[in-house]
Design a protein around this ligand. Structure first.
Ligand code: SAM
Ligand code: FES
Length: 346
């Protein structure tokens, strides 16, 4: 009954989400998956968009408890890519057919607003028709405005948890859910294609937390949502915690496609790390984006957010080829377009 209600109505109440998450059967999951696929195909057909991920710095001033590259971790060998190295990643990516570059990094004070603006302008100046996504954390409204004016198109900032108590269990006290949410609303206001999201199965996460996430996302109306399983990192306080469940991540991908049908929804690297066919399963559950790595192989292992991250030894071309085969093996087509969110097509 809840499944039917979710499909017909496109949302549930908090209590109903909790019940669904507690009681769902494999049959419910399959029904939701089928509906999610129908919706994905309605807006995106069989296309799977690709984004070239450039992990340009692993320095970070924050200490999110779950994250392997948090500032306090003394065992990380830190690196920053130079402007030339970033442009070289873009060149390799462009030649491989990528039309979106995602610049992701820790919150690294070296990369001042001015330096980010310079990088965005340099990439846009070289590859006019590309889209640039920034994923560099919480900044001021003024900073976001400068990035936007410099030509950045999209911004990924997972909210991590929309439940106040849970958020506090994942972050040190100087980080607040309120600020994270404000950043997301500011990004939307500035005209970024905005992405939020969360980990599935992060420590202390309950079904109530997940229900709060789904309600927050429906309210925010983002253009994209990134979710992936939590995977422990050996140097963090969560080293001994359970990893997130594949089954539940796939269920939530389908639920997100149903409640926000037009969003861009990636099948994440964490999902591919959890299960050898995780990304294929993600696409078959309603995802429509993959984000292969374009970072130089020399730095890949140093951007270790969690243990056993896949693709750390592969050249960009290998990753692209591998993903293309994977996508084709499930009857989909990897495409070379900017891949703007269908939310913008209204
Ligand atoms: N610093 C930026 C930020 O905070 O948005 C971007 C980089 S941050 C490392 C990217 C994402 O990695 C986070 O939003 C988080 O959800 C995810 N992540 C970090 N540690 C993880 C872990 N142990 N397992 C799964 N995902 C993780
Ligand atoms: Fe990188 Fe498969 S996607 S090797």
């Amino acid at each position: 009954m809840l499944v039917k209600k979710l499909i017909d109505q496109g949302y549930l109440s908090k209590e109903e989400y909790i019940l669904l998450l507690e009681q769902y059967t494999q049959e419910d999951k399959e029904q939701l998956r089928k509906r999610a696929l129908e919706l994905k195909e309605k807006y995106y057909g069989k296309k799977v968009y690709t984004r070239g991920l450039i992990e340009f710095t692993n320095y970070c001033k924050n200490n999110c408890f779950y994250c392997g590259i948090q500032g306090k971790n003394k065992n990380v060998e830190r690196y920053r890519l130079s402007m030339d190295e970033i442009l070289e990643c873009c060149q390799i990516g462009w030649n491989l057919g990528f039309r979106t570059f995602v610049l992701q990094g820790g919150e690294d004070p070296y990369f001042t607003d001015e330096r980010i603006v310079e990088i965005v302008k340099a990439i846009k100046g070289t590859y006019e028709n590309c889209a640039i996504t920034l994923s560099i954390g919480e900044k001021s409204y003024e900073a976001y405005k400068k990035f936007r004016e410099a030509g950045a198109d999209r911004y990924l900032l997972r909210h991590e948890s929309a439940n106040e108590d849970h958020y506090k269990k994942l972050h040190p006290e100087e980080m607040t859910l309120q600020n994270r949410k404000e950043c997301l609303y500011q990004l939307k206001e500035l005209g970024f294609e905005t992405g939020a999201g969360f980990m599935v199965g992060s420590p202390y996460q309950t079904n109530e937390c997940l229900a709060d996430d789904l309600i927050f996302l429906k309210e925010l109306q983002p253009h994209m949502v990134g979710i992936g399983p939590f995977i422990p990192h050996h140097d963090t306080i969560f080293a001994q915690q359970e990893k997130g469940s594949l089954d539940k991540t796939l269920l939530l991908i389908s639920v997100l496609r149903i409640i926000l049908p037009k969003i861009n929804l990636p099948a994440t690297t964490a999902l591919g790390t959890l299960d050898a066919k995780g990304r294929e399963k993600g696409i078959q559950a309603g995802a429509n984006v993959v984000m292969p790595n374009l970072s130089p192989t020399s730095v890949r292992k140093k951007y270790e957010l969690y243990d056993n991250k896949i693709c750390t030894g592969d050249e960009a071309a290998e990753c692209r080829g591998c993903l293309q085969r994977r996508i084709e093996s499930i009857g989909c087509e990897m495409v070379s377009e900017r891949g703007d969110s269908a939310v913008l097509r209204e």
